[in-house]
Design a protein around this ligand. Structure first.
Ligand SMILES: CC(C)(COP(=O)(O)OP(=O)(O)OC[C@H]1O[C@@H](n2cnc3c(N)ncnc32)[C@H](O)[C@@H]1OP(=O)(O)O)[C@@H](O)C(=O)NCCC(=O)NCCS
Length: 157
């Protein structure tokens, strides 16, 4: 970790981090399923163009990428009625355990709620349950889909 200040910004305001964000999302969630990097760069570009519905946050220290989280319309095919979602939460390993992941998740959730949504949703493997519950997410469902995911929500205060 570093003593330097971590800044969290909308990726639209820091587009030079686009490639780093796409790389991390691809490696974590898409490459293991055989998708090419171009698949996720396309999706990310599309999500940035859809101003009202999608958001991608990037955390950085000066020019160094630190982490990311997104707000997207749909993240779980078993729950097509729920929207929006916080998704693709990632912090680079050297920066983990210092509160950055928690901070970026909450900033993404609050940004989603600020657009007028009554609730924002998130799905995760059960191993992350303590992390999200500690941040104030409500566990709504367990064992959803073949990955047996937890589904959480956060509501406007
Ligand atoms: C999950 C992930 C985003 C967390 O990022 P992070 O920056 O380490 O998150 P935080 O630092 O906010 O919290 C992590 C842990 O550190 C603890 N922590 C937070 N601030 C701390 C501090 N100042 N000092 C010590 N520990 C701290 C938290 O309590 C939390 O503990 P827990 O794991 O027992 O819940 C990160 O591990 C990651 O990118 N993992 C791979 C991708 C992934 O799994 N994404 C989530 C998909 S649902």
């Amino acid at each position: 970790m570093t003593d330097q200040t971590v800044v969290v910004r909308d990726l639209r305001d820091a587009p030079h981090f686009f490639d780093a964000v796409a790389d991390r999302i691809w490696r974590a969630w898409w490459e293991p399923h055989g998708f090419p990097l171009s698949h996720i760069t396309g999706l990310l570009q599309q999500s940035l163009a859809e101003e009202a519905e999608s958001l991608c946050l990037v955390a950085h220290v000066e020019d160094r990428f630190v982490g990311t989280a997104s707000v997207i319309a749909s993240d779980l095919e078993e729950r097509p009625d729920l929207t929006p979602w916080v998704a693709a939460v990632w912090v680079d390993p050297p920066f983990r355990g210092a509160g950055i992941g928690g901070d970026i998740v909450l900033k993404a959730a609050h940004a989603a709620l600020d657009t007028g949504a009554e609730a924002v949703h998130l799905c995760a493997l059960p191993g992350k349950r303590a992390f999200y519950e500690r941040l104030g997410w409500r566990l709504d469902e367990k064992d959803v889909g073949t990955d047996r995911l937890d589904v959480f929500s956060m509501r406007r205060a």
